[in-house]
Design a protein around this ligand. Sequence first.
Ligand code: ADP
Ligand code: MG
Length: 580
Amino acid sequence: MKNIGNIYRISGPVVVAQNLNAKMYDVVLVGNKKLIGEVIQIIGDKTIIQVYEETTGLCPGEPVENTNEPLSVELGPGLLKSIYDGIQRPLQGLEKKSGNFIERGISVNSLERDKKWNFVPALKKGDKIKEGDVLGSVQETPTILHKIIVPKGKSGIIKNIKKGEFTLNDIICELENGEKLTLMQKWPIRSARPSKEKLPPEIPLITGMRILDSLFPLAKGGTAAIPGPFGAGKTVTQQSLAKYSDAEIVVYIGCGERGNEMTEVLVEFPQLEDPKTKTPLMNRTVLIANTSNMPVAAREASVYTGITIAEYFRDMGYDVSLMADSTSRWAESMREISSRLEEMPGEEGYPTYLGSRLAEFYERAGRVKCLNNEVGSISVIGAVSPPGGDFSEPVTQNTLRIVKVFWALDAKLSSRRHYPSINWLQSYSLYKDTLSNWYEKQISSNWTELINKAMKILQEEEKLQEIVQLVGSDALPEKQQITLEIARLLREFFLQQNAFHKTDAYSSLDKTNAILETILWVEKKALETLELGVCAKDIVFSKSKNKIANAKFEENYKQELINAKNEIEKEFEELIRNLV
Ligand code: ADP
Ligand code: MG
């Protein structure tokens, strides 16, 4: 068998080659056009290949050439601000070469080769280095220092190390053993980059979304899923997280969703400002776009491409967050390829290894001590789009078994225009207890108490609603009428948050805490007023409570909350005075 075989059979994105010397996961060039493919099965003398480009027009007999390399990404300066397809081909580079419609079989470097970067060494001649060490750095964008990491398998004593302007292929460091290092390295996407140890998830990823930060927090290095039916707000939530969460690097994978959703991201992101540094958000972002009209196999790969890039930045000691929208489309690409391979289908036609693939992917999240002893993290947030919003389907169910945070979107809430439409009774976070320490130290000593109280009121509201629907709220005991009113304040002024409002889109933890505290203060005041003999109806009808809403939309929320409290106090006093 040789390095060049030929096509035996073609079935959509799957091509069978014969007479080809190949190993599993080798990258091969398929047909006269040299389409990029990857070996996914070997049966006897037949090699099964998934092809990352459209296969129409391929004919049996055309050549298949083995590159003998695994599917890898290029890692080095120039990753940030890039927009890639599922196998890390830069969309702009492709466009330059082939125009608006991407031609097949064109090869473009993932990272620009001509550009020079200013390398500042961190080590000197005679220093001993090993895989994972930081050799030096390049100021890649105004906000991100790109650390140059010693690639896998390289170690020894530095013979010389240079300083100055270099392209990615220039040699910046030579070792005594003759090894030469550059600013760039490659990594096979299907294997995780190593780290020393996993650290406990004790620091929250602050999202700026009140409901998430308070009731269902995600840890840095944690995993979360956002399942929801079409139009419930998965994409808006993912994009809010990309914009506002306190990760230093964002990897956003648009995976199999409609082209126009991704277009919004591609058009909008480059114009967005990082709220922390007031510089363009793209300075710390890598976008991967594989929309529904792009080849299905590349969609399968896009998730691995994204997480490998995330791991690389994690290894520099950064907190990275990775969004995948949507993992259901990713699972569908596995299903399509599996059916082409005529594998025995599992539930609903998905391959039997669906669960293990999902687990392997989420397993690459985590807060770790890197090989170089820096601490970095990858938080993974996957959108799930179950058909018809039915959470009992295989992708949602398998994801639920793996992730620690579940933000369940609810079509009933979105149809009532309650955004974000995250159902507070269905959602959960398994990080809540581990993170409460952090919140109590950093934000407020009674944080956990407030959160638990709010949750209890919301749960009680659900129970009371059933009674209200039968007999009306007047029939409820007075205290419970107050509970319903406080629950309304919580829903409207705390949980609801407009992702498109310039001030409300991001809520700092202090603001989140202050609004919650104010609403629970109203509860206390209302119950005291009730005690004194004022009837619940008058308390419920009092208008000034609604002033709390102003705090959401004003920069000076503290003053707004003070104003609201003063007015509420006055109104309640008035009710008491009217008693006598
Ligand atoms: P999905 O990705 O689940 O199909 P989208 O994220 O595209 O749904 O949301 C659909 C629409 O719902 C958005 O275009 C927007 O109008 C509205 N929406 C969702 N979340 C919010 C939010 N947090 N604030 C304001 N509007 C929202
Ligand atoms: Mg969407």
